[in-house]
Design a protein around this ligand. Structure first.
Ligand code: FES
Length: 226
């Protein structure tokens, strides 16, 4: 049988030899850790597995998603199941499409030093500093657009020397965009009316009665909207 190549990683400073093909998350589990926090979708979508690490002999602190990053020889690992972040409370229904609200609600926006550390920390390769700049200018649309793929892992916040919470500020921008800036979707409103009127009850009942295989077949054969 072919022998698996092993690499040495250090988890909380203890050395483990783990298969070189494992992700950081799997390496933790291989080493015997049971992850009950800092783990979610395991597919790079939920942002729960933010991780910091150093390489032996290198003083730079690296950040990554543990479920997406493969181990390397000499990695020194620790999980950060959550990073403390400031999330302001606001009465969303009383807000408007006024971009100045972003700075009013998150005045620390003005503390951005323009260092771009947030962008370098983002595992989604988002232009974080760009969207922070858009928030500062009150450009809700640009901020919502640039931050659309944010998975809220918090690594930008963990690294920001200005102590901003970019992902929560962008969340507010996206909420404002969705509620007050984006054009209303007429076909969605029509569909909601149909649902309320019970027009889709019977088809949904029919789908619920199908087997998983039949559901998969129907899903693959569905008409895809252009
Ligand atoms: S576990 Fe969901 S992004 Fe890694």
């Amino acid at each position: 049988m072919e022998q698996q190549k092993l690499v040495n990683v250090y988890i909380m400073d203890k050395r483990y030899a783990v298969p070189a093909s494992l992700t950081i998350m799997r390496a933790f589990e291989y080493a015997g850790y049971k992850l009950v926090r800092g783990v979610g979708c395991r597919s790079g979508f939920c942002g729960a597995c933010a991780t910091v690490y150093r390489m032996t002999g290198d003083n730079k602190l690296y950040v990554a998603l543990a479920c997406q990053t493969v181990v390397q020889e000499g990695m020194r690992l620790a999980q950060i199941p959550s990073f403390p972040a400031n999330k302001m409370l606001y009465d969303f229904a009383s807000l408007t499409a006024d971009g100045a609200l972003l700075l009013q609600i998150y005045p620390e926006l003005a503390l951005c030093k323009g260092c771009n550390t947030c962008t370098k920390a983002c595992p989604q390769d988002l232009q974080v500093m760009e969207y922070v700049g858009a928030c500062l200018r009150g450009d809700i649309t640009r901020a919502a657009d640039l931050s659309f793929d944010c998975i809220m892992c918090g690594l930008c916040t963990a690294r920001c020397p200005g102590e901003l919470v970019p992902y929560n500020i962008a969340l507010l921008a996206r909420r404002l965009y969705g509620a007050y800036v984006a054009p209303r979707s007429e076909h969605l409103a029509k569909r909601v009316e149909e649902i309320r009127a019970g027009q889709w009850d019977a088809p949904v009942r029919e789908l619920k009665a199908l087997s998983v295989d039949e559901l998969k077949k129907r899903y693959n054969a569905r008409e895809i909207e252009q």
